[in-house]
Every structure is written in structure tokens, then in C-alpha cells.
Design a protein around this ligand. Sequence first.
Ligand SMILES: *Cc1c(COP(=O)(O)O)cnc(C)c1O
Length: 405
Amino acid sequence: MNRPATPLTFSGNFTQQEAIPEDAITAAVAVMQGGRLHRYNVASAEEISETAALEMEYAKYQDQRFCLACASGGYAIQLALRASGIEPGDPVLTNGFTLSPVPGAIQAVGGKPVLVETTSDLVIDLEHLEQVIKSSGSKLLLLSHMRGHLVDMDALCKLLDAHNVVMIEDCAHTMGASFNGVKSGAHGAMACFSSQTYKHINSGEGGLLTSNNEEMMARAIVLSGSYMLFERHEAAPGADAFQTLKLETPNCSGRMDNLRAAILRPQLQKLDDNGIRWNQRYDAFANALKENSNAIELPARHPDAYEVPSSIQFRIPHFTDEQNQQFLETCATRGVDIKWFGAEEPKAYTSRYDSWKYLEPTSLPKTDEILKRLYDCRLPLTFSVEDCALIGRIVAEVTQTINAD
Ligand SMILES: *Cc1c(COP(=O)(O)O)cnc(C)c1O
């Protein structure tokens, strides 16, 4: 390879998301002018609040009967776990490779996280899952579609059915994705989404919970802090479903407000287009890696999966510890912000499962081996397709330079 005289560099900001669209800003201003920011504060019985409207639109988007908007993605997971009837000390299966709010939500509701191995394609290891279903006796899987990678959902559902395991899906990274034409989040009993700034729609903080299950959704609505105003929900079960639940279910206040809902509704209209834009950026980055280095491995996508890659992951398996360090440092000096999942010490948003010290110590040798040389890079939509090709080329060049040394 001809090495350019001056090394290529990049100067973009990896944490800069796009501006909130103008129509969303207009909708937010209208909510503020009206003063009715609380979701149950309506001017008349006929008025549907922005939050209730968002829930209707998102239920339709997901092709699910019910939707509840709430305070955050992590909170949506807590609601789903509670709605599933979890008891203190119940084992809950989940991915060893995920973000800390996932085991955190299990811990928050008194469950006991049981971690499952990851494959080199960064999806849950179905063989290991079956083993731990048997060894733990758990009847609940909180599946995290970490970094948007979809496992073979048909094989997974078959396995879970065979063992009577209920699934809750953490779709923080798969909003807009689908498997075999079925929206991600429509396979489990409930699905949890996030509208935190770095996810696929942005209200700073926020969560969405979807389901077709009447009882679970009624329970989640009361848990979220509906008081006796659950009839102001539109994408919700009828009043009958609440009759006994409403008195037996605690109010664990964590609602969404109309301001956030107002800025999310117009973004929902753009979600599918943005999915295409993210794929273009991913492809440009991935192609630049493939064209300029043969040492970098990308996770394979299941042929039936449509993913929305708002970030890219790749492995450089043969790097020594020293080369790994050199790689991270050189990328940084070239302006490329690479996260490493293998670090001993948790850093910023990234932590390895063995740093969650509130869990019983678990050993996941396969996951360790993968995370050890797994790198991650955000692809914000403020980057052009050309930017992403350039970043990919820089990463590949740095890799080749280190290999040659
Ligand atoms: C962000 C995230 C969450 C939690 O979402 P918040 O809205 O930040 O609480 C859960 N799971 C994964 C994989 C995430 O990335």
C-alpha cells in the first residue's frame, strides 16, 4: 500500500447529533405556550395530549396494540420486568455484552442478572443461552440487541418457547430495525426503547414500551404513575383491564411529558429515512476498512436482519496488548474517537461485565476473548458519507501501519 506523505486526519465531533427538526421545535414551542406540559393536563376531555399521540403513533409504527411513553429506556426496562411479575431474587437472563443500564434495571427491581455469552457476530450465544436456561431455571430473558445486531430471532423464539421462557427486548439500538419483515421489538412480550440523545430519536431522555399483552401493559401504565387517569391513554387496554390492577399496583412515578413527546413525534416521521442514512454511513466506513486492510473483522449480519447501524464495531483479533494501545492512541491523534470494549477500567459509557461488581462474579471466557479486541465508533448523522469513508480509511491505515512496524 502506498502510504500518503501526510497522514490523513479527521476533525469532526463524534458526539454531535443533528439539530432538532424545525417542525419539532415549532411543536415544542406550542406546548410551552399552552402551558400544559404534564401528560394528563388536557384542556378538554376530547384533547389528546402530545404524549398520548406519540404512544398511538409509535404503537402503529411497531405494529403493536399498546405503547407507553416514560422517563427513560432504563426505566422502560424496569417497568417491563415489574409488569412480567418478577419476584425478588428471580434470576433474569441477559447479555454479558451490553450497557450498564441493562443489568442495572434487573438489579433495581430485585432480580438477579444471569449473564449469557456473546458470539463473534456480537449477538447472544444461543448454545450458551440454552445451557444457562437449564442451569439457572430462569423463566425470563431480557434480550439486549446490543449495538443493533440481531440474532436469528426465529431460532431464538423457538428455543424460548421450548423452555417456556418469556422475553423482554431491549431495543435501545434497534429502533427502526426488523427481522424477516417483523419490527425489532415485536418478538417478545414487551419491548423497550430509548429516546436519549445518542439513540435513534432524540428528546435528551425518554423511553417507550410496547406490547400486545393487555395485563402487562395495564400494569406498566399504573406503575409508570398514571394515578387513576389511565383512561387518558389511547394506545392502551380498555378500562376493564385496570379494574383490580389499579389498586394493587404501586405508582413508581416515571412519566414522559408533553414537551418531549412533541419533539419526538416529527422525528418518528423521519426514522425510516434516517435508517437509510445510517446504513449509507456504515457501508462507507465498512467498505473503507475492507478495501484498505485485511486484518480487520466485521460482525456478519444475519441475512434476514435489517439493522439501523448508528455505530460500527470491528475486531482486530491478532493485535498484542501493545499494538492495541498504539492503535487507540494513533487513532485519537488522527482525530478518530475509537472506543474499546476490552478495557479493564470502565470509561465514559463503556464498561465490561466484570466491572458490575454488584453481580455475582461470572466468567464468560468467549465474551472476554471477543471484547479484548473489539472496537466501536459512533456514526452521527452530522457526518457525511464521505466523512465515514475517510474515518474508515484512517482506521485501516493506522492498522496497517501498526502491522508493518
Ligand atoms: C441507552 C441504553 C439503554 C438505556 O436507555 P436510557 O434511555 O439511557 O435509560 C438500555 N440499553 C442499551 C443497550 C442502551 O444503549
